[in-house]
Write a protein that binds this ligand. Sequence first.
Ligand SMILES: [Zn+2]
Ligand SMILES: [Zn+2]
Length: 338
Amino acid sequence: MADPVLTFTDRGIYCPAADVFIDPWKPVDRALITHGHADHARPGMGRYLATAGAAPVMRHRLGDIRIETVAYGETRRIGDASISFHPAGHVPGSAQIRVEVGGEIWVVSGDYKVAPDGLSDPFEPVRCHAFITECTFGLPVFRWDSQDAVAMQINDWWRGNAAEGRATILGAYALGKAQRLLSAIDASMGPILTHGAVENTNEVLRAQGLPLPDTIRVTPELNPKDHPGALVLATPSALGTAWARRFGPASTGFASGWMALRGVRRRRAADRGFVLSDHADWEGLNTAIAETGAERIFATHGYIQIFRRWLESRGYDAAIVETQYEGETLDPDPAEAP
Ligand SMILES: [Zn+2]
Ligand SMILES: [Zn+2]
């Protein structure tokens, strides 16, 4: 019997026909990378292949790496496999990786989000026989409002804080969520200050042509009094620290899919929780899986046990795969980790 198109090893997802790994977590010679978050793009690979949109952040994070880029939809022949990258809608440059060997097609989706965010290329369903999926928010309780609706909640909160002389501190991941918020909120309402990790990513993404409003980097010399009514975009780990206290009286908010769960917000030292995720919600996961037409589903991270049983009840051939990928973590920030 021929090898399966992909196998699951202790170093990562492996394609025997091409002799490449996808998002490996241990050093390998040749790695195909879905996107720049730290749990998917790790240091130490001999060679990297990623989309042109993901490469700048990877270079920024991983330093001097040997990386080749592809455009979405471009097919590469590697060994006996045809490999192409397709938009995952998760963060700018993020991709699902399609691997075809002898007419059989498997797709590794990495992390994905079905709803468009205005910055990332929108998720594109890819027909396949086997689909490897996350299920970070694989419970029916997770249902996302539209990005516009969440942006309006944030605008109202910011306006109220500014009127009462408080700073507005919003925690969000430095890669993806922060830029999505920047482009969705009403940036004309006041100055926007950014944590260094957020601003570093902003600079990388601006340089590749993504339209982001003007922001001011928070440096040790910055005097918050010079920026009354500001919105401060912080990393999750900066909330509740001395870094955040310098802004004086403030209201603190956190934007995450986990804010849909009561109790999580309380533990985050946040006054306000905004339900916004770069991962698919329950409906998004189910829609995405149905649109692939796949019969075999592998769940990599999230509510994998429950989600597998759900898929089996729907008639899928579903399995769980042990990986080192993380979904939306509350802390630490996946873009800050090494
Ligand atoms: Zn990710
Ligand atoms: Zn991830």
